[in-house]
Design a protein around this ligand. Structure first.
Ligand SMILES: Cc1ncc(COP(=O)(O)O)c(C=O)c1O
Length: 397
């Protein structure tokens, strides 16, 4: 099929919800993807922080192929060894006790809300409010888009579920005003991803943790974008020295195979009883095998060290760009390989120009170029992309 035919079929048959870029991607290898015309791109979006090991990583491909030849799916009414391996690894990595496996970030957060509500319901049936932050992003199901405190995602979908309220991010006095005995949980991203790669003060999460403890509210950390090594530690909250009651994961966990997870301490997880929650596909053998392979490679290949060193290099290079284009670049910020470059102008033109120059990047919150390359990226590839962004800035200025 020609490129134009694919565009036409998409217009004819796909629901018009995506503002797609005009390329048809066909295959990938490492940090590169190739389109149907044979053009090569450095993939610095990685499926929005999903392709943690890049594309076609031999160990991930092998694990998926081997598992597909054995058992792709079976009901959660039965046990599988590979799921057992995954949940043990995850519980240890997240320093929590119990895991539930699902298929996406939104599902992970939905499950987390249900668990939190079930837990606090036993203390007081009215202890049900979930507080989330302005500019957050937690998913697009009805409950998760209600937690997502951005009107553009909520408009027209009412009535929205009750029991959600909002506070400014990185604002302890605002939380002190809102949190009370009826608060079930505080839900936060350790770094706001979609909201524009916003990084809170170093002591913010610790102070939130203390407030949650004071009001017997649970702390739910949404590590769907920041988790699985993206910021240089397995969970971003490790850097803040904070332990959540519930943590949610998805995106990079199985390197591109759909998966989600939420984890909790025993004390909280005990609120769930048989039948309280479930999933047909969640943690099926194929997804579990992919996730185990990702965790193995992260550990065996010292990927977290790469995230730290390459992330620091990337920030340095972008800060250099900021000095060069100080009238157009407002700020550069990031943790590990989740990096934002905030412009004084909308970023879409720069993203489109970078695409024609061979780099996939993304713009979020209208003015923030977001970089989330595979965790196996090299400094040389980073340099190439910074040069492409440099040229794109020059050409669009
Ligand atoms: C922090 C965060 N939470 C939740 C989600 C929703 O994940 P999914 O699209 O897999 O439902 C996202 C997706 O971008 C996210 O970044």
């Amino acid at each position: 099929m020609m490129e134009q035919d694919v565009f036409q079929k998409d217009r004819d048959y796909y629901m018009p919800v995506f503002a797609r870029y005009p390329v048809v991607l066909e295959r990938g290898e490492g940090v590169y993807v190739y389109d149907s015309e044979g053009r090569r791109y450095l993939d610095f979006l990685a499926g929005i922080a999903v392709n943690a090991l890049g594309h076609a990583h031999p160990r991930l491909v092998k694990a998926i192929a081997e598992q597909a030849g054995k058992l792709i799916h079976c009901s959660n009414l039965y046990y599988t060894e590979v799921q057992a391996q995954l949940i043990e690894r995850l519980a240890k990595l997240c320093r929590l006790d119990k895991v539930f496996l699902c298929n996406s970030g939104a599902e992970a957060n939905e499950g987390a809300f249900k668990l939190a509500r079930k837990y606090t319901h036993r203390m007081d049936p009215e202890k049900s409010t979930i507080l989330s932050a302005q500019h957050s992003f937690h998913g697009r199901s009805l409950a998760t888009l209600t937690a997502t405190a951005q009107p553009k995602y909520q408009m027209g979908f009412g009535p929205l579920p009750a029991g959600f309220d909002y506070v400014e991010y990185n604002d302890i006095p605002a939380l002190e005003q809102k949190i009370n005995a009826k608060t079930c949980a505080v839900l936060l991203e350790p770094v706001q991803g979609e909201g524009g790669v916003r990084i809170p003060d170093a002591d913010y999460l610790k102070r939130v943790r203390a407030l949650c403890d004071r009001f017997d509210a649970l702390l739910i950390l949404d590590e769907i974008q920041t988790g699985v090594g993206r910021t240089g530690t397995f969970l971003a909250c490790e850097q803040a020295g904070v332990a959540p009651d519930i943590v949610t994961l998805a995106k990079g966990l199985a390197g591109g195979v759909p998966i989600g997870a939420f984890l909790a301490s025993n004390k909280v997880a005990e609120a769930f009883t048989p039948g309280a929650h479930g999933s047909t596909f969640g943690g099926n053998p194929l997804a579990s095998a992919a996730a185990v392979a990702v965790l193995n490679v992260l550990e065996d290949d010292g990927i977290l060290d790469n995230v730290k060193t390459c992330g620091a290099h990337f920030l340095r290079r972008l800060t250099g760009l900021q000095q060069k284009y100080h009238n157009r670049i407002k700020e550069v910020r990031g943790k590990g390989l989740l990096i934002g470059l905030e412009l004084h102008e909308p970023g879409r033109d720069i993203v489109e120009t970078a695409l024609t120059r061979g780099a996939l990047i993304n713009c979020t919150a209208n003015t923030v170029l977001r970089f989330a390359p595979p965790l196996i990226v090299t400094n040389e590839q980073i340099d190439e992309v910074v040069d492409i962004v440099d040229r794109a800035l020059a050409e669009t200025g």
